[in-house]
Ligand binder design. Structure first.
Ligand SMILES: Nc1ncnc2c1ncn2[C@@H]1O[C@H](COP(=O)(O)OP(=O)(O)OP(=O)(O)O)[C@@H](O)[C@H]1O
Length: 250
């Protein structure tokens, strides 16, 4: 009896901490729901009724009324992020890494350079000689990022955007650069003629902007000019302002 009580109490303390830090996950939630909790504790947690109740009605779990509300509340809370996630995309050379680094310094958000991550963690299916780059494995990349994206507070930098889950991002920034400036930047990198013209054409036809508009709601997608240092400073200031005013969930 005493053993059961102390086990329950330990879980209650753990759950209270998890709830206040918003660090719970679905398995923990179900554990809570099917555990023998003190009704007062469950009542405290279930103060908020949510639309998750409809989802929960469809599950095979049999909850009592209080457990049901408790789980609904925690599921709703677990879907919220304390900090926004930002995707910075654009043709190679438009300045994604340069701007993301400066933005991460200004906001203390985490900068994730997907190209580097793919190399570092082997999240690819080998090297493409023709395109002169790794063939990214989208499933491996998404699996690798899922947990940190759920947490929030990430600046993801990649020259593609259509394979990430839409729900991950609060803002999608598409950097754009004047064609001749981009040509010069990519020549300095030593790109061969075919890679160079492919990328400049991609910029001329605004391929990344179209991809972003097709993959995310229009109000999340913003194009920003990135021709010179002043553009970077202005973009970083604008984004820092958005991030600091990003709604903290109640
Ligand atoms: N707004 C800018 N003004 C001046 N120079 C810039 C600007 N943005 C980037 N550069 C320069 O262009 C080069 C490419 O920048 P960067 O590596 O940030 O581009 P990227 O979009 O991240 O490229 P990739 O997709 O290949 O990683 C760097 O030498 C950087 O200093």
């Amino acid at each position: 009896m005493l053993k059961k009580f102390s086990h329950t109490l330990r879980w209650e303390i753990y759950m209270m901490k998890a709830v206040s830090n918003k660090q719970f996950n679905i398995s923990l939630i179900f554990y809570a729901a099917i555990s023998n909790f003190n009704p007062n504790f469950l009542r405290r947690l279930s103060a908020t009724q949510t639309k998750w109740t409809e989802t929960l009605s469809a599950t095979p779990f049999r909850f009592n009324h209080i457990q049901f509300r408790c789980v609904a509340f925690m599921m709703q809370e677990s879907g919220k992020r304390k900090k926004p996630n930002i995707l910075v995309t654009g043709t190679p050379g438009t300045g994604k890494t340069t701007m993301s680094t400066a933005l991460a310094e200004a906001t203390l958000l985490r900068h994730i350079n997907v190209g580097e991550l793919v190399k570092e963690k082997n999240l690819h299916d080998g090297w493409d000689d023709e395109l002169d780059c790794y063939v990214l494995n989208e499933d491996l990349v998404c699996d690798e990022l899922e947990d940190v994206m759920e947490e929030g507070g990430n600046i993801v930098d990649y020259h593609g955007c259509d394979f990430f889950p839409e729900r991950w991002f609060d803002y999608v920034i598409v950097l754009q650069t004047d064609n001749t400036i981009l040509y010069d930047r990519l020549s300095k990198r030593g790109y061969n003629e075919s890679k160079l013209s492919n990328n400049v054409e991609c910029e001329i036809f605004q391929v990344l902007l179209e991809e972003a508009k097709e993959s995310y709601p229009e109000d999340k997608v913003v194009a920003m000019k990135s021709d010179n240092i002043e553009d970077i400073s202005r973009n970083v200031a604008t984004l820092t302002d958005w991030i600091s005013n990003w709604p903290i969930p109640s």
